[in-house]
Structure formats: C-alpha cells, structure tokens
Design a protein around this ligand. Structure first.
Ligand code: FE2
Ligand code: FE2
Length: 245
C-alpha cells in the first residue's frame, strides 16, 4: 500500500463511527490531556522535519552515496505529514481548541568539542541510530495498547516511516566512507547521545490509563521502557556491529 492510500484510509477511519464513539466518551480531563499530547507530538515531528533538513545538508557535504541522502530527503516530507496528522487528530479530539505546531529549536545541534565534520556525522547517527530507533520501539509498544482502528492505522503508518528514518542512521554507521578515526570519534559521543535521546524522549512526564493509551497517548512508563529496549537491544549492539566502539 502506498503512503497516499494509507493516509486516505486513515482519513476515512478518523471520520468513522467507532472514532466518534471513542471520543464522545472522553471526560474533559482526558480530552484536554489527549489534545495537549498530540499538539506536543506535532511540535516534536516539526522539529524532527527540520533536523532532517540539516542532516540532508550534512550528508551532501560529506558526499555520502545518493541512496543514503535520499533517505534524509524523503524523511523531511514524511515528518511534515506526521505533523499534519498529529494536528488533524488533535482537532478531531477537540475541535474547539486551536491546533498549531511550533519548533523546539531552529538551529542544528552541536556536540561538545566536535569539529564541523564530526557534527555532520554525529547529527545523522544521533537522529537515526538513537532518536528514530527509539521512536520505532516507542510506537511499537504503543501499538499494543491502541484500541481504536483509526489511531491504530495512523500509528502503523508512522511506525513504518520511522523505520525508514532509523535506517538512515544505520546506513551512515555502516558506510565504508567512514574512516577508523570517524568511527572512534562517534564512539566517544555514544554516552552523550544516549543521554540526549533520553532527555528528549522523557522531557515531559505523562501518566496514562487504558482509555488514553487506547487512543495513542504515550505515557512516560511506556516511553522509558521502550527507550531502554531500543538503546540496549538495538542502538548499542548495532553501533558495535558497525565498528563504532
Ligand atoms: Fe515522525
Ligand atoms: Fe521519523
């Protein structure tokens, strides 16, 4: 199924009776929490879209193969569509409140003591092998709790695209254009990247319940466990396998 078809089906599911019924049953507290959550998520997706623009510039400057930079180019559009759908869902949850996305920051991240070249590599390793790899684990864990078909479809499509975004980091980590010095430089930043990823993913404390989680809410307990699983089960061993140690 193409992404356009998947999103059309999500639109249809958003307007279905099952979604209406699930939203009609919400208490005002849950509605406000869910609305706030999807707006915050839209902010994160928008900031990520910009981060992929920086990564694309970085990767072109580093002369990576076009198959790798293409992943970054595609990710920009995909993240913008994630923003649109987070906002659409926020409006569906509460049409009476405004729904807009805002950037968390508008400058490329610079790692302590890293040269320009180092930062160009580190930003994509961080974005793909850390943040997006965590996103995959978080959305996969959320999938098991989602009860409403429209949100399940939305989550499924986002999950599918976050896998592609994570793959960008892994494509760079495994690229034979990295020198032994690049690999050991990246290795020295692994603790800092792990800390930064946890800070980003756990910046807001959220307590969910079966109803909220069933509508795609991401409570902190789920995010914390998924973060650990991603880092310990995929990121650290994956980097090690790429000679980044
Ligand atoms: Fe996303
Ligand atoms: Fe992503």
């Amino acid at each position: 199924m193409t992404a356009d078809v998947a999103y059309r089906e999500i639109d249809d599911a958003f307007s279905a009776a099952e979604t209406n019924a699930a939203l009609a049953d919400l208490t005002e507290e849950r509605r406000a929490a869910l609305h706030e959550y999807w707006l915050a998520r839209a902010d994160g997706e928008l900031t990520t879209a910009l981060a992929f623009e920086f990564m694309l510039d970085d990767l072109v400057q580093e002369s990576v193969p076009s198959s790798v930079s293409e992943l970054a180019r595609n990710a920009i559009g995909e993240e913008h569509r994630h923003v649109d759908y987070c906002l659409a869902w926020a409006r569906r949850v509460d049409p009476s409140r405004p729904a807009e996305a805002h950037f968390h920051g508008t400058r490329p991240h610079g790692f302590d003591g890293a040269s320009d070249h180092d930062n160009r590599l580190l930003r994509t390793v961080f974005g793909g092998c850390f943040s997006e790899t965590i996103a995959v684990h978080v959305l996969r864990a959320s999938h098991l709790r989602i009860q409403v078909e429209s949100v399940r479809r939305l989550n499924q499509q986002h999950l599918k695209e976050e896998v592609l975004h994570a793959r960008l980091g892994w494509a760079l980590a495994g690229w034979d254009g990295l020198t032994p010095r690049d690999r050991s430089m990246i290795a020295t930043y692994v603790p800092e990247m792990a800390r930064l990823a946890r800070d980003l993913w756990l910046s807001t404390s959220r307590t969910g319940d079966a109803i909220l989680d069933g509508l795609g809410y991401l409570p902190s307990d789920l995010v914390r466990v998924a973060c650990d699983e991603a880092l310990d089960g995929a990121t650290f061993p994956g980097l090690d396998a790429c000679g980044i140690r």
